[in-house]
Design a binder for this molecule. Structure first.
Ligand SMILES: [Zn+2]
Length: 443
C-alpha cells in the first residue's frame, strides 16, 4: 500500500475535529485514512490557489466519509447536522447554483476569495503553509495536528492498564524496572568532553525500533499464533529490559521498562539537537518497539507495519511528548542513530533505515535532516550499507557536504578533518565509560 501524503494544516485539523465524533479508534483510523486518501486523489488540501473552494470540497469529502461510519442513533453536533443536511440537499443546491449565470458566480467567487484571503491569511502565514506542504513533501511537525505539547492527561488507571485523554491505552502487565537514567549532552562546538552537561530528570527523546522477530501472516486463521508471538516477545523484552514500550501487531501498547528507567535499546548511537550532541541514547530516550520485521522494502501493510500499529505509535508519541515535553527533533529511528565505534560506520542496526512513517506518527522527517554521526563525528557508510537500504537517506549527503565545508573552513584536508572528528568521538566515549565506572563503584 502506498504511503499517504498528509493534507495541509487546516485540512488536517478539520479532519481531526470530525474524527472526534467516532467512538472507536478503528473507525477513526478508517475515517482518517479514507478522507486523507480522497484528499490526495482529488487534489484537496494541497495548498490550492482557491482555498475557499478547497474547503468546500474538503467538507464534502469529510461528510461523505463520516456519515456511513456514524452510529445510526447517535446525536451529532449542529455543525455536522448542517453539513449533513446540506449534503443531503446537495442536488437541489447544485441545481439552484447552476441557475445563476456563470459570469455572476465567477465574479462573486473571485471577490469572495479575495476578501477571505485578505481577512485571514497574512503573506507570512500563506508562505508558512506553502513551505510546510508544498516544495518537497516534507511536513513540518509544528504544522501537524496534535504535535504541539498540548496537555494530554491520565484519565483512568486500573489493574493492568492506563487510559490517556488522547485515546492512548497503555497496558502495564509486563511492566518492569531497570537502571536509573543517566545522560549527558555535549555542547555542539565542544572539542573536549569536559563541557558535558548532565541531563537529569525526564527523557528527552524517543527512538523507534522494530522487534525483527518472526512475523506470522496477519490473518484471522493465525490469530492464536499472533497472540502467542506477542506474549513471547513481551516476555523476552521484559527479561532483557530491551524497550520502554512494545506495540504488538494488534496495536496494543505495552509499557515494559518504566519511563523513569533506561531500557537497553539504542546501543552505540549518536543524535543531536540544536545545542547538544548526544551519545549512547538509551540513557536519555524512550525506546518504542513495533512488533515487526523491518526489511528494505517495508511499507505500511498488514503483514509488515499495519494501521493499528501506526495509530498506536501516533497516540503513544503524542502522550509521551506531552508528558515530558519531548521535542520533535529528538524523535528518531534506530538506524538513523546507530553507529559502530570499531568500524566507524553508521547503520550498525538497520531497523527503520527508511520507510518509518514519520508524518503518520506526527513527526517531521528525520531522514531529511543532516545525520549528526557523520557531520559531528566523522562516521562513514560503506557499499554494504548502501546496497542494504537501496537508496541512502538524504541526510547522509547533507552531512557529508557539511564535513567538506567545515574541513575547508578549518584549513584541513577532508580526510584529516574526518579523522579528527572520529578522535573526538573516541574521547567522548572514554569520558562516558569513566562516568559509568564511577557510577558502578558508587552503587
Ligand atoms: Zn533497534
Amino acid at each position: 500500500m502506498e504511503t499517504l501524503r498528509p493534507p495541509d494544516q487546516t485540512s488536517a485539523r478539520i479532519i481531526e475535529a470530525y474524527c472526534e465524533l467516532l467512538d472507536s479508534p478503528a473507525l477513526r483510523l478508517r475515517f482518517i485514512r479514507k478522507a486523507v486518501a480522497r484528499c490526495q486523489d482529488e487534489g484537496v488540501g494541497q495548498g490550492a490557489r482557491w482555498p475557499l473552494f478547497d474547503r468546500f470540497r474538503l467538507r464534502k469529502i469529510v461528510v461523505e466519509e463520516l456519515v456511513p461510519l456514524l452510529p445510526a442513533a447517535s446525536k451529532v453536533p449542529t455543525s455536522v447536522r448542517i453539513a449533513m443536511t446540506a449534503y443531503r440537499f446537495r442536488v437541489p443546491i447544485y441545481a439552484a447554483s447552476a441557475a445563476l449565470s456563470v459570469g455572476l458566480v465567477g465574479i462573486i467567487a473571485y471577490l469572495g476569495v479575495q476578501v477571505a484571503l485578505a481577512s485571514y491569511a497574512t503573506p507570512a502565514q500563506a508562505n508558512a503553509t506553502a513551505a510546510a506542504v508544498a516544495p518537497s513533501g516534507v511536513v513540518l511537525a509544528a504544522d501537524l495536528p496534535q504535535y504541539t505539547a498540548e496537555q494530554i492527561w491520565l484519565v483512568e488507571q486500573g489493574e493492568g492498564y492506563e487510559v490517556y485523554s488522547n485515546g492512548a491505552r497503555i497496558l502495564t502487565e509486563f511492566e518492569t524496572d531497570g537502571p536509573a537514567r543517566r545522560f549527558y549532552g555535549f555542547p555542539k562546538n565542544a572539542e573536549t568532553p569536559d563541557a558535558a552537561v548532565e541531563r537529569v530528570g525526564n527523557p528527552i527523546g524517543i527512538v523507534y525500533h522494530t522487534s525483527q522477530s518472526h512475523i506470522a501472516p496477519f490473518k484471522e486463521e493465525f490469530n492464536d499464533k499472533l497472540q502467542t508471538s506477542a506474549r513471547a516477545l513481551l516476555d523476552f523484552v521484559a527479561r532483557r529490559r530491551l524497550y520502554n514500550y512494545v506495540i504488538d501487531r494488534f496495536g496494543r501498547i505495552y509499557r515494559v521498562v518504566r519511563d523513569e528507567n533506561a531500557a537497553d535499546h539504542a546501543g552505540n548511537s549518536v543524535w543531536a539537537d540544536d545545542e547538544y550532541n548526544y551519545l549512547d541514547l538509551s540513557g536519555g530516550t524512550i525506546g518504542v518497539c513495533f512488533e515487526a520485521e523491518w526489511r528494505p522494502d517495508t511499507r505500511l501493510a498488514a503483514d509488515e507495519i499495519n494501521e493499528a500499529q501506526i495509530y498506536a505509535g501516533r497516540v503513544l508519541t503524542a502522550m509521551l511528548r506531552s508528558k515530558y515535553g519531548i521535542d520533535d527533533s529528538m524523535c528518531v529511528t534506530h538506524a538513523l542513530v546507530s553507529v559502530s565505534p570499531s568500524s566507524r560506520l553508521i547503520g550498525f542496526h538497520m531497523d527503520w533505515a527508511h520507510a518509518f512513517p514519520f508524518a503518520s506518527i506526527g513527526l517531521s522527517d528525520k531522514y531529511a535532516v543532516e545525520t549528526p554521526s557523520i557531520a559531528e563525528f566523522g562516521f562513514d557508510h560503506d557499499g554494504q550499507f548502501d546496497r542494504a537500504i537501496g537508496e541512502i537517506w538524504p541526510g547522509i549527503p547533507l552531512a557529508e557536504s557539511r564535513l567538506v565545508e567545515s574541513a575547508a573552513a578549518s584549513g584541513k584536508r577532508d580526510t584529516d578533518h574526518r579523522r579528527d572528528l572520529q578522535q573526538r568521538y573516541r574521547n567522548f566515549k572514554s569520558w562516558l565509560s569513566a562516568r559509568d565506572v564511577e557510577a558502578g563503584q558508587g552503587e
